[in-house]
Design a protein around this ligand. Structure first.
Ligand code: C2E
Ligand code: CA
Ligand code: CA
Ligand code: CA
Length: 280
């Protein structure tokens, strides 16, 4: 397409345009969208499998695009990562999530406070300002650091394990919890697992969804749970969709679960029941 000036794009349907051009357009829209407040955070409950009580939530970013509708991270996170926009985006999500967590915990006195899990991208992990950004968000909203969990993918950790160890140690010193996300999809060695100051291991959905299908996933999930417990950390199952998966995980001794079986990620106002209807 060629621009002839304002509002006079033409030639053909923009959806047929060069993918590179579409990417550039989406990138421009994302940059603007971040500044314009179009990002949202949805939250998915993190369940104690044994008690069936929500102990916290995971923050998952969404983009309320003015014309394309509600976009999922798969539509724009890679773009944000490659362009560097992820640093601003990630800092915004962290601040928003911590603020929301603090608000829920002020509103629900007498109940165990909710924990807040936030995803960190590989690019954030190598950002020298990361620790300061996390510390500032916690301080700004008077949020108990021990209630924050930062999720880092196995792949991001293994890109540069020495440097990851330094960053994790600095984050840990703030008092926050750390999780290895998408566990089983990369190549984390047991050596690193033992030395990283990690609090939980999140077993990737691809294995959890295979439970019951008569393949090797039963053994994989069971081994991951045992591995987590052997190094003294929690095991979390991602993507639990069926009651069969839930009960299998319970039998295996898995600690926490997330998934559509319990709830999809929801806008904060729709989660009120999950948060306030918990026992003390
Ligand atoms: P993730 O961290 O592994 O998050 C879990 C994803 O699985 C979420 O997708 C969630 O909606 C989805 N999910 C949860 N339960 C189920 C289930 O039972 N069945 C199925 N089929 N899916 C389930 P979502 O929200 O589209 O996020 C995708 C990925 O985008 C996340 O994977 C995470 O890697 C990334 N992401 C999301 N929010 C952020 C963020 O704020 N910052 C960064 N850096 N990455 C983010
Ligand atoms: Ca995650
Ligand atoms: Ca995950
Ligand atoms: Ca995953």
């Amino acid at each position: 397409a060629k621009a002839r000036g304002r509002n006079t794009w033409e030639v053909h349907d923009p959806s047929e345009a060069d993918p590179a051009v579409n990417r550039m357009r989406l990138l421009g829209e994302l940059r603007h969208g971040i500044e314009d407040g179009q990002l949202r955070v949805h939250y998915q409950p993190r369940m104690n499998i044994a008690t069936n009580i929500a102990i916290g939530v995971e923050a998952l970013v969404r983009w309320e695009h003015p014309t394309r509708g509600l976009l999922q991270p798969g539509d724009f996170i890679d773009l944000a990562e490659e362009s560097g926009l992820i640093r601003g985006l990630g800092a915004w999500v962290l601040d928003e999530a911590v603020q929301q967590g603090a608000q829920w915990n002020r509103a629900s006195s007498g109940q165990a406070p909710v924990g807040m899990a936030v995803n960190l991208s590989p690019r954030q992990l190598v950002d020298p300002q990361l620790t300061g950004i996390v510390q500032a968000a916690l301080a700004r909203h008077s949020f108990d650091p021990s209630l924050l969990i930062l999720e880092i993918t196995e792949t991001a950790l293994m890109e540069n394990p020495e440097m990851a160890l330094k960053v994790l140690t600095a984050l840990k010193a703030l008092g926050v919890g750390l999780a290895i996300d998408d566990f089983g999809t990369g190549y984390a060695s047991l050596t690193y697992l033992k030395h990283f100051p990690i609090d939980e291991l999140k077993i990737d959905r691809s294995f959890v969804s295979g439970l019951g299908a008569g393949n090797g996933d039963y053994a994989i999930v069971s081994s991951c749970i045992q591995l987590a417990h052997a190094v003294g950390i929690r095991a979390v199952a991602e993507g639990v969709e069926t009651d069969y998966q839930r009960s299998t995980l319970l039998t295996m001794g898995c600690d926490l679960a997330q998934g559509f079986h319990y709830s999809r990620p929801l806008a904060p106002d729709l989660l009120a029941d999950w948060i306030t209807a918990r026992p003390p």
